[in-house]
Design a protein around this ligand. Structure first.
Ligand SMILES: *[C@@H]1O[C@H](CO)[C@@H](O)[C@H](O)[C@H]1NC(C)=O
Length: 392
């Protein structure tokens, strides 16, 4: 409480009123954040400490304005059963990428929290200088992802906008029960490594209504993910929605993904549509129970693709024989246009052929002509209208 002596009496009165009239409401201005001036990270962290240590449900309020935040780690566990960030303003990252905020991997990061939600708000990762460094082929740090949740559960994000991340926009790592709703993600189509949403080692994750335009995967699903629901997403520019890459780990554990539904999505001008990608390596694992349904493709280079021979620079893939087994993958009602002649490509593992692939209602064309499909070590069934004709 010693800090309060710095405040004017009026401010103190307002502060006390605000606290007593709505217990558990924490406005970052009260903690010293000033829009448009100075680093607000300290004020955000003080608001977090107050909310986190309260026994009541709490709200942290960020009013309109641009708040420069060098880096913020919101760590739990908290006493408060729920903490809501209600954000009307913009959090702005430093544009340089060499300091702690740029090199450390995370800009705004939550870990070990339960019951945290974010409503509204805009994150401006200011990645342009780092993208330029990477694009010039110089040696640059990887950069920081804009928003990360690690080892957390019961998380909700609704109405957030993320622009120009240095690395991934949103990362969900080792979490359970995460709802992402009405998320808007935007970075240049040529920005490197700016995946929209990356999910890894997490279960029960929903992404519903997202608009994603970025330079890498719109959504990427890494190893250890199960029970994912992705619905009403528009993607493009970007590299599509991808399960994988899997099988790049150290071989210490399986790299598996199961029960993923991707439904009512559209891709515009993307590199891939719906993709499953595994390294041609010895790491074992599986991908199973995946449904891609009601998908519209507009001018997509690889609308439907399984690539089990991924091996950039041909290093570390002896025999190119992926040990990851792909089983029970359904493609239902997938329509639109391919930007290349091969619209359906199943390049599976010789050692571990794909099984249980199901195609139903596929209508993909290439320049108003029939497109082609290509199968290697792929088994399954096709029913209903299938264009290009199935090669299963
Ligand atoms: C698959 O995941 C969904 C959530 O996306 C869940 O509702 C459903 O019960 C899961 N199915 C199985 C068989 O685990």
């Amino acid at each position: 409480m010693a800090k309060l002596t710095n405040f004017s009496p009026l401010f103190l009165l307002l502060f006390l009123c605000a606290r007593s009239s709505a217990a558990g409401n924490y406005n970052v201005l009260t903690f010293g954040a000033k829009p448009g001036s100075g680093d607000a990270a300290g004020a955000f962290l003080k608001a977090w400490s107050a909310a986190c240590s309260s026994s009541a449900p709490s709200t942290i309020y960020v009013p309109t304005g641009n708040f420069l935040v060098s880096q913020a780690r919101f760590d739990g566990p908290c006493r408060s059963p729920s903490i809501k960030f209600s954000i009307d303003g913009t959090l702005v990252a430093p544009s340089e990428y060499t300091g702690s905020s740029g090199a450390s991997g995370h800009w705004i990061a939550f870990s070990n929290v339960d019951g945290v939600s974010i409503s509204g708000g805009r994150l401006d990762g200011r990645g342009a200088l780092l993208w330029a460094c990477k694009s010039a082929g110089r040696s640059c740090p990887a950069g920081a992802s804009s928003l990360t949740f690690t080892s957390s559960k019961n998380i909700a994000v609704d109405g957030l906008t993320s622009i120009d991340s240095k690395l991934f926009h949103i990362v969900i790592l080792q979490c359970q029960n995460v709802r992402l709703r009405n998320v808007n993600i935007h970075a240049s189509g040529s920005s490197p490594n700016t995946d929209g949403i990356h999910v890894q080692m997490s279960t029960d994750v929903d992404v519903v209504r997202a608009n994603i335009r970025t330079g890498d995967d719109c959504i990427s699903v890494g190893p250890g993910s199960a029970h994912l629901w992705i619905e009403r997403v528009s993607c493009g520019p970007g590299h599509g929605i991808s399960i994988g890459s899997l099988g790049r780990g150290q071989g210490l554990h399986e790299e598996s993904v199961r029960n993923v539904t991707v439904k009512t999505v559209q891709f515009s001008g993307t590199q891939n549509g719906v993709r499953i990608k595994t390294w041609g390596s010895n790491i074992p694992g599986h991908v199973r129970q995946v449904v891609f349904q009601d998908v519209l493709m507009r001018n997509v280079q690889n609308p439907i693709i399984i690539d089990q021979n991924y091996c950039p620079e041909n290093r570390g893939c002896p025999g190119h024989n992926s040990a990851i087994k792909i089983d029970q993958v359904q493609y239902l009602n997938i329509r639109g246009t391919s930007a290349t002649p091969v619209a359906v490509k199943f390049d599976c593992s010789r050692r571990n052929p794909c099984s249980g692939i199901r195609l139903q209602g596929i209508k993909l064309s290439y320049q108003s002509r029939q497109a082609q499909s290509s199968c290697k070590f792929a088994n399954g069934v096709a029913s209903g209208l299938i264009a290009p004709p199935s090669c299963l």
